[in-house]
Design a protein around this ligand. Structure first.
Ligand SMILES: [Zn+2]
Length: 169
């Protein structure tokens, strides 16, 4: 495989020029206009803005495998709450998530097979009980010493087949 193919992104750059030709979001400052922050999974079936009826500029979005409240997610939420107008935080894992429906061994095996080299040393942070993990993650936000009392934090599961959010905590 050639990793240095300089044409590898041409289609996307062409699409970007099209996107920029009637660009409507210039001149915004970086605050969350609607006061929303979302922590959700990297899953391609999730449209974080669309599922909440939001537009670009409205929300801070932090994504990772599983939609977990990691140290980096907490860093983003603290910045959001104090400097970027965030008033409400939604933590949103989803149904049929790969990291919540496979074991650590299964995922490492599949990565090993694809990589052609052992991946068992790498942690993929699988989730064994999605609802309990979500409750724990929401608690991590609420109990953080730099998270203000006024911040509303909710935990929801997004159904990738119906598009609906189900509040868990
Ligand atoms: Zn996922």
């Amino acid at each position: 495989m050639n990793n240095d193919n300089e044409n590898a992104f041409d289609d996307l750059l062409a699409a970007n020029r099209e996107f920029a030709s009637d660009f409507r979001y210039g001149g915004f400052d970086g605050i969350a206009k609607a006061g929303i922050a979302i922590v959700t999974c990297m899953d391609s079936r999730i449209d974080p803005l669309g599922m909440l009826g939001l537009q670009p500029g409205d929300a801070k979005i932090f994504r990772n495998p599983g939609g977990r409240v990691t140290e980096a997610a907490l860093e983003a939420i603290v910045l959001g709450a104090h400097l970027l107008n965030v008033q409400r935080v939604l933590v949103v894992p989803h149904t049929r998530c790969a990291v919540a429906s496979n074991s650590e061994e299964d995922i490492a095996d599949r990565v090993s097979e694809s990589a052609g080299t052992d991946a068992s040393w790498h942690r993929f942070h699988v989730v064994e009980d999605q609802k309990r993990t979500l409750e724990m993650d929401v608690r991590r936000v609420r109990s953080h010493p730099l998270i203000p009392e006024r911040l509303q934090v909710g935990g929801f599961v997004y159904d990738v087949d119906s598009g609906l959010l189900d509040r868990v905590v």
